[in-house]
Design a binder for this molecule. Structure first.
Ligand code: ADP
Ligand code: MG
Length: 617
């Protein structure tokens, strides 16, 4: 057999390596920013076009490169930052793999302009897909500008895999934040499609945080600081009352490098224990300094994890430092744990004269009646789907109506009927359908073949999800006007996210009176949404959009509807009266897909009499 092994040509090897280093435009931003920092820049500007898909350009005033270095910098494993393997254990720079520029040049059109202090004249190099197309002398200021154009132009599959511009921009801004927060003494600016996004002057950490996240952040910060043999901690946590339901602002930096550490995160969370409510997340900006020899930075290009030699001590130290910091600022007593925990249900209209929403009800629809939904009404669109469900009830009515047991069964209702709000007038819907509630969580209903158990929260999610989607696409949502416009303060990045979905939100019934830099004023909210929970819905929505996991089927409307449905759906633990239960069941079966929640969790189960029979054998 002839020899078959070949060495891959460099440009192919580079393309393969590029896949590891560059996943998206944000990876380019990260690598270029880190190079600029390593070059000792005091001023760095970023220019982005079309979420980085068309252009990412970073200009710095750092040391620059000689003509030879400029050419070499695009070779794989070309780095000025380490010389021996030992250097790996004593890193003071961000880069060290010498892979970034080679990888980027393999999959984009790259233009480099650079000049050192000593050089009279600078160098300009153009590279396309690892091939140098031109190299010439050019008059440029000291420092380096690297423009990366048409990312993935030669790998269409990768280019197609990129997410929508808002999502890619979000990733870019995240990377920008991480580097800008770690280096407050460096001036940063960012321009996207011609408009200024950030302009950050050199400052201290506190000012930098405020410049990025908005002036209201200042009063939320509690400083923490501590120094021991093994670690120096510096930075801020957000006061407990600003903890968010969503993950929000959580930043760890080790030796000025952004890292993710679930372990250290746990240390911070445990310091907040008892100060914030369950499932709320503390915010923090924490800077740790350790001897470079005591950490192991994961060599994988995109990982942001590191390993500490003495993890346990750092954990304990971090926890006590934060506890101490919070104690000093005596932020604990202002908390109110007795806040009504049920205020986030749309069914709660206590202490208000309820202006009842108009709700689409098909009063003729009765799943217990033979051919129930066929009597017309508002849900005919879904008739084909709901007929499956009607058949569950076929014949049941006869069985029940003939018996005097009906009242007895109703007495199984053991939950309180004291619900402050009504979805609609009880008298008007005497559908005769039998339902009761279990553990304020499930709705139980007899069906022809046995028994059906519906998860009330998930069922309501499905209903709201379809309703919201419909409203967003046909634009006919009803809005309830607020007596007094409600103001909500948001950080700049959150504001940006909200701006992008403003139109869709308005289709769901939100009405915004004004959108300023850090504040929105809401004058109308979707029907069915409680005004006290409107803020939470938006907060959750922002997180969901920010944390959106890239997947091919991404649609903003879908995400919006899912997120809002989740926040608005009636919670477990809410008592539902007869009319509300029936209404929920009816609306559920008018849905296109009643059996699963928007997240694909099962909404209901049925228990056959035959299965029951088996249990009694
Ligand atoms: P690494 O950062 O891991 O060394 P890169 O591929 O990112 O690898 O960069 C290769 C080399 O190019 C760097 O080691 C550095 O010497 C040089 N270089 C890259 N960007 C700059 C810059 N903005 N200013 C000066 N030198 C740079
Ligand atoms: Mg680098």
């Amino acid at each position: 057999m002839p020899d078959i092994i070949q060495l891959l040509p460099d440009h192919v090897a580079n393309q393969i390596a590029a896949g590891e280093v560059v996943q998206r435009p944000a990876s380019v931003v990260k690598e270029l920013l880190e190079n600029a920092i390593d070059a000792g820049a005091t001023k760095i500007s970023v220019v982005v076009k079309d979420a980085g898909k068309t252009l990412v350009q970073v200009t710095d005033n750092g040391v620059g490169m000689s003509t030879t270095d400029a050419r070499l910098s695009f070779e794989r494993h070309a780095t000025s930052k380490i010389k021996t393997a030992e250097d790996l254990f004593n890193l003071h720079t961000k880069g060290f793999r010498g892979e970034a520029l080679a990888s980027i040049a393999a999959i984009a059109h790259v233009e480099l302009k650079t000049k050192t202090e000593e050089a009279e004249i600078g160098t300009k190099i153009c590279i396309e897909g690892s091939t140098v197309v031109s190299q010439e002398a050019e008059v440029v200021p000291q420092g380096t500008t690297i423009a990366v154009k048409n990312l993935f132009y030669n790998i269409p599959a990768r280019r197609n895999f990129l997410k929508s511009n808002p999502v890619e921009t979000r990733h870019i801004i995240d990377e920008f934040h991480r580097v800008a927060l770690a280096h407050p003494q460096v001036a940063f600016s960012m321009v996207h499609n011609g408009s200024d996004v950030f302009n950050l002057p050199p400052s201290n950490i506190r000012q930098r945080i405020v410049n990025i996240f908005g002036s209201k952040t200042n009063q939320k910060l509690v400083p923490v600081t501590e120094e021991t043999e093994i670690v120096k901690v510096n930075g801020f946590v957000l006061k407990p009352e600003f903890a968010r339901k969503s993950r929000g602002e959580q930043f760890f930096f080790v030796n000025d490098r952004f890292i993710k550490s679930p372990y250290l995160h746990h240390a911070v969370s445990s310091a907040f224990e008892g100060l914030i409510r369950d499932r709320m997340h503390p915010g923090y900006f924490l800077f740790l300094e350790v001897k470079p020899t005591t950490i192991d930075i994961n060599i994988h290009p995109t990982k942001t994890e590191i390993k500490f030699d003495d993890e346990h001590s750092i954990y304990a130290m971090l926890r006590s430092t934060i506890k101490h910091g919070l104690g000093q600022f005596s932020v604990a007593p202002v908390l109110d744990f007795n806040k009504d925990s049920s205020f986030d249900t749309p069914y709660e209209y206590s202490k208000k004269s309820p202006v009842l929403p108009t709700i689409e009800v098909d009063r003729d629809f009765n799943p217990f009646k033979e051919g129930g939904a066929k009597s017309g009404g508002g849900f005919t669109k879904y008739k084909d789907k709901s007929t499956n469900w009607e058949s569950l009830y076929v014949g049941l009515k006869g069985e029940l109506s003939g018996s005097t047991d009906e009242t007895d069964v109703t007495q199984i209702e053991f939950e309180s009927e004291e619900v402050t709000g009504r979805l609609f007038d009880t008298n008007e819907t005497d559908s005769g359908q039998l339902t009761f509630q279990l553990q304020q969580k499930y709705i139980i209903s007899p069906i022809k073949s046995g028994l059906m158990v519906i998860h009330q929260h998930l069922a309501h999610q499905r209903i709201l999800y379809e309703e919201l989607l419909r409203n967003m696409t046909v634009k006919e949502a009803v809005s309830q006007q607020l007596l007094f416009p409600m103001e909500i303060e948001l950080s700049k990045p959150d504001m940006e996210i909200l701006q992008k979905v403003r139109e869709q939100l308005e289709h769901t019934g939100f009405h915004f009176e004004s959108f300023s830099e850090e504040k929105i004023s809401i004058s109308g909210i979707p029907v069915g949404l409680n005004d006290s929970s409107a803020g939470k819905v938006l907060d959750q929505l922002i997180t969901d959009i920010r944390d959106e996991v890239p997947d091919a089927s991404f649609s903003l409307n879908d995400l919006l509807a899912k997120s809002m449905a989740k926040s608005m759906a009636v919670r477990t633990g809410t008592a539902l009266n007869k009319a509300e239960r029936e209404h929920l069941v009816n609306r559920l079966f008018a849905c296109k897909e009643p059996s699963v929640s928007p997240d694909n969790t099962q909404v209901l189960i049925t228990l056959d009499v035959t299965e029951l029979d088996k249990r009694f054998m």
